[in-house]
Write a protein that binds this ligand. Sequence first.
Ligand SMILES: *Cc1c(COP(=O)(O)O)cnc(C)c1O
Length: 224
Amino acid sequence: MTSLQTRIETIQQRIATAAQKANRDPASVQLVAVSKRQPAEAIRAAYDCGLRDFGENYVQELTAKAEALRDLENLRWHLIGHLQTNKAKYVVKVAQYVHTLDNPRVIDELSRRAEQAGGQLNVSIEVNIGDEAQKSGCLPQEAEALVAHVARAPNLRLMGLMTVGQYVSDSEAARPTFASLRRLRDRIAPGCGLSMGMSGDFEVAIEEGSTCVRVGSAIFGERS
Ligand SMILES: *Cc1c(COP(=O)(O)O)cnc(C)c1O
């Protein structure tokens, strides 16, 4: 067994344990392997270990890797970094999921481009739940209108809400952020999912209801 395979199995086991601890079905938590700044060959190796969902932050890097790996069947690309409106046309060609919509213009443009490309895109609204200056995402009080905006976009399907926890060494510090995104979801998008949790805090996120964890360094090691 390779060390990559061991790391992947360890993460899957930790996801299952966290879900069970919260009385949740482990299958209700999707794992997206965040492959930013990792070479295409690392993604291929993770695919060979059984992973199918990969997340990238930058549109150009996503497009290049999708091209290099287009022979891999059923691989699903997730854009998890901020999306500028003028890049929407590239994203619809390769990604099936966009986690980071945070304004009406980008929603309209992505829907229009998805229609042209003849497909449907799964999207989440990114919320800057703690209103932290350095983060992208809409303000919590803007999220409801954006959820309604996506509902009116014919070629987008709402997955749910997304956030990035606070960057701190103690994973517990992210818990209030995750709990508050869950409460917002319960209020404005009941039945939808929650994209939250990274290498340092995915177990806490699952305990708080995450349906999609985005794990990079714990799978691939440190980024170059
Ligand atoms: C980089 C990144 C991740 C993964 O981070 P790790 O700490 O390496 O697991 C998850 N989500 C977003 C939005 C990121 O930018």
